[in-house]
Design a protein around this ligand. Structure first.
Ligand SMILES: Nc1ncnc2c1ncn2[C@@H]1O[C@H](COP(=O)(O)OP(=O)(O)OP(=O)(O)O)[C@@H](O)[C@H]1O
Ligand SMILES: O=P(O)(O)O[C@H]1[C@H](O)[C@@H](O)[C@H](OP(=O)(O)O)[C@@H](OP(=O)(O)O)[C@H]1O
Ligand SMILES: [Mg+2]
Ligand SMILES: [Mg+2]
Length: 302
């Protein structure tokens, strides 16, 4: 089974009775709790799919046999185990290849694929906000920002995106000089007004689903003049912040065109070499066709 053929996991009608699929999983206990819910396990069982935990104290090749290895663990050691396993068991679908996931663990390389895309014209322009990587030396940030011509406010995001609580500690910076208070390594990204709502596009192979989530509100010129400093903000667009049923301004609520999302997802699936991820995309306020991808997450929650 090739890594691109996630859909072929569906048994064909004549084999529906016989063929069983075993999914070995390596997930944190938090992820097991949120993902492996009884409803999913029941649904999978009815379709001949069983989930088996991977035992970290035994060699992976001694376990199984697996049809699929599903994982969301970080660290070089685990990556190595999986890479070796993939070499020995090329027919097992590893969701997803560790090297491909690694690209999402750095907020610079994460968005490079989108920046390289030339998705424009017929369905809207998709890009990434202008951003700058600061590796070290916080005192030089104001100069770097001035030289790069970045416009305030800026969203400061830890460069490393490894699933730790720290990697989700973001700040909004209203003035250049306060940027010295930040802790590199980080990415400074131009804040794009988008009406306080973002779209999360969930991608599972060829299937996509889009939802609305609340996000940071627009920053006006007056806000910029009357605010200074760097403000930490919490996880504003978490699952609890669904905006699907909210009474929104229609121009903010309107979902991005389906064909744009399909095209974007297909391109990113191929370029990233991933089957299981989501992306956060915003539409610049006051436009109906300027989109920015601001974040990509591997094997996210619901
Ligand atoms: N460039 C931007 N312009 C406007 N708002 C932004 C921008 N970048 C981030 N945000 C806001 O900050 C929130 C968090 O940013 P981001 O999605 O990059 O962080 P994260 O911690 O990786 O999130 P997730 O929980 O989805 O993994 C977004 O949901 C959005 O509300
Ligand atoms: O479903 P959304 O709202 O996108 O939320 C996900 C985040 O986007 C991911 O960043 C989380 O993964 P990490 O905790 O591995 O960063 C991911 O954590 P999870 O792996 O514990 O589900 C989710 O919180
Ligand atoms: Mg996000
Ligand atoms: Mg993220």
């Amino acid at each position: 089974m090739s890594p691109c053929s996630i859909q072929t996991l569906q048994p064909s009608p004549q084999h529906q009775q016989q063929r069983q699929y075993v999914v070995g999983y390596a997930l944190t206990s938090k992820k097991v709790k949120s993902f492996l819910q009884p409803k999913l396990e029941g649904l999978a069982r009815n379709n001949g799919i069983s989930f088996v935990p991977i035992d970290h104290n035994r060699p992976l090749s001694d376990q199984g046999p697996f049809d699929v290895v599903l994982h969301k663990l970080t660290g070089r050691e685990w990556r190595q185990i999986l890479e070796e396993y993939r070499q020995i068991h090329p027919k097992v679908l590893v969701l997803d290849p560790p090297d491909a996931i690694k690209r999402l663990q750095n907020r610079q390389s994460m968005l490079q694929c989108v920046a390289d895309l030339n998705l424009s014209e017929f369905c809207g322009k998709v890009g990434v906000p202008r951003q700058l990587v600061i590796q070290r030396d916080a005192s030089s940030i104001p100069d770097f920002v001035a030289k790069a011509g970045l416009r305030l406010p800026l969203v400061a995001k830890p460069l490393v995106n490894d699933g730790s609580a720290k990697s989700h500690e973001l700040s909004l910076a209203y003035d250049r000089y306060s940027l010295q208070k930040l802790e590199p390594p980080l990415v400074l990204q131009e804040f794009v007004n988008h009406g306080g709502v973002l779209f999360k596009v969930f991608i599972v192979g060829e299937a996509i689903k889009v939802v609305r989530r609340f996000s940071l509100p627009n920053v006006t010129k007056r806000d910029l003049l009357s605010n200074a400093g760097v403000y930490r903000f919490p996880r504003v667009s978490c699952a609890a912040a669904s905006a699907d049923d909210a009474d929104l301004d229609p121009s903010v609520a309107e979902l991005p065109p389906r064909h744009l999302l399909e095209r974007l997802s297909k391109e990113l699936r191929q370029r990233l070499g991933l089957q299981l991820f989501n992306l956060d995309i915003i539409r610049e306020h006051g436009t109906m066709d300027r989109y920015y991808v601001i974040d990509i997450n591997y094997f996210p929650g619901k």
